[in-house]
Design a protein around this ligand. Structure first.
Ligand SMILES: Cc1cc2nc3c(=O)[nH]c(=O)nc-3n(C[C@H](O)[C@H](O)[C@H](O)COP(=O)(O)OP(=O)(O)OC[C@H]3O[C@@H](n4cnc5c(N)ncnc54)[C@H](O)[C@@H]3O)c2cc1C
Length: 477
């Protein structure tokens, strides 16, 4: 049983099948340098991965089994282990990024004598199961959502989940001894040398048990005010399930199942329905990743290939990354990201809009930084989020809609609680200035240990609109 983006025991179809069919199950994780989805992600995600694997190892040990680790090319490791143990079958759950799909195809072919069994554990629906009437992929969310809901209402069993296997047959001692390709979890070196990650991880509990508890906490109260609360970065209004879902510590089927109970979608409250839609936005992102794999780093709207970005932007990019732009809500978001590995969705949109439209820096630079620093960094959702903000993706916000960070701050962080939490330099200033400290009198401003704005918001907005008008009339891809 080859674990990948499915680091859990419950609702894990590959594991269930392995336990049903085999009298010994080797549970394996491979740290593959070529793996785009799970292993070779950014530093923050690798820290999460370490803790998630440690949690999975404990769950398996509690069941009398063991999690084995290996490092290297997956093809070679699997072949070596099959040779060493005499394994007769191989099981895994599918991933959907282009490099992994190619690699898995090769492995499936090479191991065809071992009857590879592959399953869906990551999504509610496979990306090829929810298509338009003409068989092509949706590029607009609302019809995608309607079609998904119609399917689930028609066949509620699509959302059924599997229990944790009662018995995970361990390897016999003699087989276990033959596993020369395996190493200890620490030898994967997922944790960085410097221990910045310790303070980041005080914000989180990893693993399946923690993920389920997090979901239950959210469903007990927060979901009832989700429509309003999800826009307020100063409050805990969202589920914070994203890293758990990304690493497969919890399945989206389980989340949807617990949300719905025995109800249909049209019986959900407005708040619950908004939450269900967010789970399906994640599905939509995977659908785009699968059908338009180039959208990871190229604009889906090909007019943007000719877009004229600003030049010599290294210093601006660095200031953005470090939360030193002089725009409070942008800096608060970037500092929250660096400290916790997570950022509130509303603020993700604000900082992305600021980078792309005010600093005129290509969205790919922001996407890369997010990939390195988010604990929920996810190829599908991250590229969709960045392309959405840039206006170059599917069902995207139009390019001419430039978020004004001051108005956004006034609206969604009215008292400045969020900004003051992450930008303590501004903790003492009056509410009305917290999102625009540059309007303070000169003496109070000089007393602040906080930078002046990098760029003028109005001028740079006009510059972005001008750059956009240059490509607007060209042909769209
Ligand atoms: C520029 C940008 C980059 C982003 N990068 C990522 C990323 O790398 N990984 C990631 O998981 N999400 C990403 N998102 C989407 C969204 O910001 C996060 O999923 C959300 O903030 C996670 O917090 P939560 O779990 O509390 O979400 P909740 O509001 O509680 O939503 C529940 C779940 O729904 C899914 N979801 C919610 N919003 C979205 C969305 N807009 N797109 C896709 N799925 C969504 C997530 O799995 C989330 O855990 C990005 C958004 C933007 C604008």
């Amino acid at each position: 049983m080859w674990f990948r983006q499915d680091l859990r025991l419950s609702d894990n179809p590959a594991l269930t099948e392995a336990c049903r069919r085999c009298d010994q199950v080797l549970c394996l994780f491979i740290d593959d340098p070529q793996d785009q989805t799970i292993s070779q992600v950014g530093a923050a995600s690798r820290v999460w991965l370490h803790h998630s694997l440690a949690a999975l190892q404990i769950s398996l040990r509690n069941k009398g089994s063991e999690l084995y680790f290996a490092r290297g090319a997956s093809e070679e490791i699997l072949e070596k282990l099959i040779g060493q143990t005499g394994a007769q079958r191989v099981y895994w759950n599918r991933c959907y990024d282009p490099l992994t799909i190619d690699r898995d195809r090769r492995i499936k072919l090479a191991l065809r004598d071992y009857q590879p069994g592959t399953f869906n554990a990551l999504l509610l629906q496979e990306p090829w199961d929810n298509l338009k009437g003409d068989g092509t992929a949706y590029r607009v969310f609302t019809p995608y959502w309607r079609s998904a809901v119609a399917e689930f209402d028609k066949d509620p069993q699509l959302l059924d989940t599997l229990n944790t296997p009662r018995h995970i047959p361990p390897l016999t001692r003699s087989v276990g001894k033959k596993l020369q390709a395996c190493v200890a979890l620490n030898e994967l070196c997922l944790l960085p040398e410097f221990d910045w990650h310790r303070s980041m991880m005080t914000h989180w509990r990893c693993g399946e048990v923690a993920a389920r508890a997090q979901l239950e906490r959210f469903l007990k109260s927060r979901v009832n005010d989700y429509g309003r609360g999800r826009d307020l970065p100063g409050q805990e209004g969202t589920s914070q399930l994203s890293p758990h879902l990304h690493f497969g510590e919890i399945s989206p089927r389980h989340v949807m199942n617990r949300l719905l109970g025995s109800r249909r979608f049209d019986q959900l409250s407005d708040d619950e329905l908004i939450f269900a839609k967010e789970i399906v936005w994640r599905e939509f992102a995977y659908c785009l990743l699968y059908h338009f794999p180039h959208s990871i780093d190229e604009p889906l709207d090909t007019r943007f290939r000719k877009f004229r970005w600003a030049r010599d932007t290294d210093a601006h990019l660095r200031a953005w990354q470090r939360g030193q732009t002089g725009v409070p809500i942008v800096d608060a978001g970037m500092r929250e990201l660096y400290a916790t590995g997570w950022m509130h969705n509303r603020v993700r949109m604000i900082v992305a809009s600021y980078l792309i439209k005010n600093l005129l820096i290509p969205w790919q630079s922001g996407e890369r930084w997010f990939r390195d620093t988010l604990v929920d960094a996810d190829l599908a959702s991250n590229s969709m989020g960045w392309q959405w903000t840039a206006g170059s993706g599917a069902d995207a916000s139009p390019f001419f809609r430039v978020f004004n960070p001051v108005l956004q701050g006034d609206k969604f962080d009215r008292q400045g609680d969020y900004v003051k939490r992450w930008v303590p330099e501004l903790a003492g200033i009056a509410e009305r200035y917290v999102h625009k400290p540059w309007e303070l009198d000169a003496q109070s401003r000089d007393a602040l240990d906080y930078p002046s704005p990098l760029v003028d918001l109005k001028e740079t907005r006009l510059r972005a609109l001008k750059a956009f008008s240059d490509i607007k009339g060209t042909n769209r891809g």
